[in-house]
Design a protein around this ligand. Sequence first.
Ligand SMILES: Cc1ncc(COP(=O)(O)O)c(C=O)c1O
Length: 411
Amino acid sequence: MMEDKGPPGLSPLLNGRLGALADYPFPRLTALLSGVAPLANVEPVVMSIGEPQHAPPALLDQALRDNAHLWGKYPPVAGTPDFRAAVAGWLSRRYALPDGFIEADRMVLPLAGTREGLFLLAQLAVPEEKGGRRPAVLIPNPFYAVYQGAAVLAGADAIFLPAVKETGWLPDLDAVDDSTWARTALFYLCTPANPQGAVADLAYLKRALSLARRFGFVLAVDECYAEIWDKAPPPGALEAAKALGGLNPTANLLVFHSLSKRSGAAGLRSGFVAGDPNLIQAFGRMRNYALAGNPLPALAASAALWRDEAHVEENRRLYREKIDAAEAALGGRFGFYRPAGGFFLWLDVGDGEEAAKKLWQHGAIRVLPGAYLTQPEPSGINRSQPFVRVALVHDTDTVSRTLERMARILA
Ligand SMILES: Cc1ncc(COP(=O)(O)O)c(C=O)c1O
């Protein structure tokens, strides 16, 4: 549980809730490594950040140029009918949804990357109180830092659900008591999970959505890694909605998708939120006040990307190749396992911070201590302290050589 107290030095005129947030993971890493000189005469390899490095497809550039005459126009916050249709078409194909299940104009909104939508959602979904108590936002632990920022700044209690090896790297839904569910306003779920790479199966998603309906909260499923998978395409929460059925089959559900990973286009800042039409309508209303809307050329390019699968398949092949290389370099060590989705390794190196320092000093390799992605438990224990997160985003050869070096340094 977070308390609303600012850090020393935070002006009382500022939003004191900011003080309840841990520093963002990357400045923490910079601080950790600030006194450590990296190995000289070697090009540093930054594996701390999940920034795709594959060149985005040529059709992105082409679509931006074809639509360059639209840069002068203010874009509608709800995007264009063409963008929404492209998204609805992709969702329907990807998750085998029946015709008409996704009503493009009522159930889809563009986002400038999922990040802004995931943040803004807490402003929308957290009421003043729930059942007479302070509302809670449930967050898997470890987690994408934005979930916590969103929850705390919206005035909710952030409640962290361990997503560790013993729970299959996903939150254990049975470990949450009814009293907690009853005051839950919002539950962020990430599948494939960052950093652990675990994928929620359809039964899990159905159960999470049933709980959302029973206890009246919003289930926000962050599926931004959905297209980077190893053996099988991860199921989506919209499939769970289809399976559960009902008058409004997407009731209580929002899913978030992005072109940042799928198309290697993080700089385009393009994603979308889709699901419950009532929530989408309210989201659009809030977005009108809060955000700027995606530029029209970017929306046109995004629509072209959502309609193309060839570049996504190639992207996936390249990530799989890197995971093969990682398995060859590390298999059997540091608790290595092939992530079912996403492009991170979650390695047990004994002490994440020590390993990060050692790898920087002796190998010019930058990795992120797992503890920086994880809230300590009330007992003070941080169960990710032994871990580091390693992003497999460089070319396969670099990944292979760097991981071999990493294994030697940590041996
Ligand atoms: C779990 C998760 N969600 C959301 C995002 C945001 O991605 P974007 O805003 O580029 O769509 C990231 C980015 O790294 C992420 O790891």
